[in-house]
Design a binder for this molecule. Structure first.
Ligand SMILES: NC(=O)c1ccc[n+]([C@@H]2O[C@H](COP(=O)([O-])OP(=O)(O)OC[C@H]3O[C@@H](n4cnc5c(N)ncnc54)[C@H](O)[C@@H]3O)[C@@H](O)[C@H]2O)c1
Length: 323
């Protein structure tokens, strides 16, 4: 039986990836420091004999006793919201270190084990893009010193490390650039727009929109994102590839608020707050033609289906609080 390591395996996307890999018949080792998750996402998985959890910060070297055939490196704070206690702004040093030192450790581990490697990068490497939609060949427009640089630039340097290991050490590695992903298992503390809207609607509170609600977002359901990761790791001819994975279906913030209100069945108001939050994420739109061609991948889960599952998840999370 082959073994896959998933760093950040207790997090939102990582826990879905672990589940999928177990279903595919792999032995899965999730390594997570639990800095931005409470571990609940993997409680169920611990009953599976092929699943192992290691509570560890991956900026420290992995144990010499560990071996693996595949390494998925997802560990990193990921919330862009300044108000979130688990955002990469609040966890700036940790974010910079896990994407650089952590990536270096894991690349060495993969090389030593002759394992295939996948680095979870982000659409934020395109920064404030001047090209729409963004292709993988676009080099981005990123500030080295701005408030988001702790995340953007550490992911960019993580990519540089991966590219070096491919070029100079012939490591079988690849990079996935993930665009906004949503679904069950997202951390309530993350405070992304969708999470806040769902919780407000479930609690019967007004849904608050910052700005005029015409800003747009494209959201990819987590099963689709994980499918893209699986294909990028296991399909042939993916060594050295960089691939965007995300949804191209764009909706305004107001449309999301309306959909959530309708799906929750809540008779709540939509209120507008004038101030746009500081550093409101800029709109990015993936060009996914490479994923279509190379991986035969495109998002399959409709927004309505994905939102229903996400709402169900938060309903069960909040059960004692809602009538
Ligand atoms: N969610 C998205 O929309 C999105 C978009 C683009 C990229 N990504 C990337 O995907 C990956 C997973 O994101 P997510 O949304 O599941 O976030 P998450 O916060 O739910 O999961 C990240 C996990 O990594 C763990 N972690 C952080 N630093 C660690 C360290 N030093 N050692 C060990 N574990 C550590 C956290 O405890 C957490 O469980 C991240 O690398 C993120 O940058 C996510």
């Amino acid at each position: 039986m082959e073994t896959a390591i998933v760093t950040g395996g207790a997090g939102f996307i990582g826990s879905h990836l672990c589940t999928r890999l177990l279903d595919m018949g792999y032995k899965v080792i999730a390594i997570d420091s639990l800095i931005t998750s409470n571990g609940k996402n993997i409680d169920r998985l611990k009953e599976n004999d092929n699943f192992q959890f290691i509570h560890q910060d991956v900026t420290l070297p992995l144990s010499d006793d560990l071996t693996a055939d595949y390494v998925f490196h997802l560990a990193s704070p990921a919330s862009p919201n300044h108000h979130s206690e688990i955002s990469y702004h609040k966890l700036a040093m940790e974010t910079m270190m896990v994407n650089t030192i952590g990536t270096h450790n894991l690349l060495d581990f993969a090389l030593h084990n002759n394992a295939k490697f996948l680095f979870a990068s982000t659409s934020e490497v395109y920064g404030d893009p001047q090209q729409h939609p963004q292709k993988e060949t676009y080099n981005g427009n990123v500030s080295t010193t701005g408030p988001r640089s702790v995340y953007d630039e550490s992911k960019r340097f993580g990519e540089t490390l991966v590219a070096y290991y491919i070029r100079e050490k012939n490591l079988n590695a690849r990079i996935i650039r993930i665009f906004n992903t949503y679904g069950p298992g997202m951390n309530i503390k993350d405070l992304r727009m969708l999470i806040v809207f769902i919780i407000q609607a479930l609690k019967g509170q007004s849904i608050t929109i910052f700005g005029d609600g015409t800003q747009t977002r494209s959201l990819c359901y987590v099963d689709d994102t994980v499918e893209g990761m699986i294909k990028l790791m296991f399909d042939s001819n993916t060594k050295g590839e960089i691939v965007n994975i995300g949804s191209t279906e764009e909706h305004t913030i107001l449309e999301y608020a309306d959909m959530i209100k309708k799906l929750v069945g809540a008779n709540v108001k939509i209120e507008y707050s004038e101030a746009l939050p500081q550093n409101d994420p800029l709109q990015r739109q993936p060009d996914i033609s490479k994923a279509r061609q190379l991986l035969n991948w495109e998002p399959k889960v409709s927004l309505e289906e994905g939102l229903k599952k996400t709402i169900e998840y938060f309903k069960s999370e909040l059960m004692p609080e809602i009538k």
